[in-house]
Design a binder for this molecule. Structure first.
Ligand code: ATP
Ligand code: MG
Length: 363
């Protein structure tokens, strides 16, 4: 029988979310017992960590996980890996093998970089890179030394958005990489290392290895903020990254449709489970303002991002409307924060950067 990884992972997550923590109304999924789920070729590996108060239930919960996951079609073997509360080893540069636990555990700092923030979304194409690029520029405009790391190895878009697709970073004698500087930002992207349109056919371990190189072997120098443009989704690549570095927080980008909002939940949960504070939710592509008459058409339902932020008690950082100028500006290599800093997107980015700076300072 064929092994459909996506279906299996969905079924595993659903079953784990139905197993209660004895004596509470929470599930083992929500309470953080489940650290990681890896599905591969008929085998499901679940990394679990039982907090001190739950160790008496460790045996019964473990048996229940094995029994329940064993009933999923296509799953031949269920393996449980028990993590202890002592700090884990440094992150492994592999995918498909259990990595470190929560960010607070094996997470490393980047020397010289004060705060690393991630821009993430559960779903692709919602405007994550647009937000990451313009947010980084908004931080620069506040006089903060800022870097931008395009962590979307499979779909790098920041070189194009910054208008520097032909830039090629230099390696030093120490085998470190010098980032490309543009508009006052230090930037790094796999896009600088690829020929145009060449597909990236890399397996997980190579990707995580490369990302670790980009984090730790790039001459970032002294930065107040390093903004990470994460690849879409909440899979292995994102999790490895989130667990590898000490993140000051995450910004979640969404569009207002219900289908995108379901993914917001996953994004928020991934960061919460890894102890990364959510700095806020940004709703992008929220309504379309006619440039002739000013009428706003709600192409998708508006306000969903704000509702989601309320539901999860995380800050709402603002709504960015759909604007042809934004698409043209991004695709043309001049970010809106530079061409129209006081327009709709620019204003949201300015206020979001202010809120983010205060939230990070307060944490
Ligand atoms: N508010 C907006 N108004 C108009 N166009 C927008 C807006 N936000 C983003 N876009 C356009 O939508 C497209 C997708 O945006 P972007 O690349 O930022 O999304 P993404 O979430 O990073 O996508 P991926 O998941 O592929 O990395 C781009 O062409 C961008 O110019
Ligand atoms: Mg992107």
């Amino acid at each position: 029988m064929t092994f459909d990884k996506k279906l299996v992972v969905e079924a595993v997550n659903q079953l784990l979310d139905e197993i209660p923590v004895p004596g509470t109304s929470s599930s083992i999924m929500k309470s953080g017992v489940i650290q990681r789920v890896i599905a591969h070729e008929g085998e499901v590996t679940v990394v679990v960590q039982f907090p001190a108060g739950l160790t008496t239930h460790e045996g019964s919960i473990s048996t229940r996980i094995e029994d329940e996951l064993g009933t999923i079609e296509g799953v031949d073997k269920v393996t449980l890996l028990h993590r202890t509360e002592t700090p884990g080893a440094a992150p492994e540069a592999t995918s498909g093998a259990p990595g470190p636990g929560p960010s607070a555990v094996g997470a490393q700092e980047i020397p010289g970089v004060r705060h690393v923030i991630a821009v993430a979304s559960g779903k692709g194409g919602v405007g994550k890179s647009t937000v990451a690029v313009n947010l980084a520029l908004a931080l620069t405009a506040r006089g903060l030394r800022t870097g931008l790391l395009d962590a979307d190895v499979y779909g790098p878009s920041t070189p194009k958005m910054l208008g520097i697709e032909d830039a090629r970073p230099r390696a030093t004698e120490k085998e470190t990489i010098v980032p490309i500087e543009v508009h006052g930002l230090k930037t790094m992207s796999i896009g600088y290392l690829l020929e145009e349109d060449s597909p990236v056919i890399w397996r997980g371990p190579m990707v995580t290895g490369l990302l670790r190189q980009f984090l730790f072997q790039v001459e970032w120098g002294k930065l107040d903020y390093l903004v990470l443009d994460l690849p879409p989704g909440t899979g292995d690549a994102q999790l490895t990254l989130v667990q590898s570095i000490a993140l000051a927080g995450a910004v979640i980008v969404t569009t207002p449709q219900d289908v995108a909002l379901l993914d917001v939940q996953r994004g928020i949960q991934m960061f919460q489970r890894t102890n990364v504070p959510i700095l806020g939710v940004i709703e992008n592509m929220s309504g379309f303002e006619c440039s002739s008459c000013g009428h706003i058409t709600e192409i998708f339902r508006s306000g969903g991002g704000e509702d989601a932020a309320k539901r999860y008690s995380v800050p709402f950082l603002g709504k960015i409307p759909l604007e042809p100028a934004t698409a043209l500006s991004c695709d043309g290599g001049t970010p809106v924060m530079l061409s129209d800093p006081t327009g709709a997107l620019g204003s949201v980015m300015t206020s979001a950067s202010e809120q983010i700076v205060s939230l990070v300072a307060a944490s």
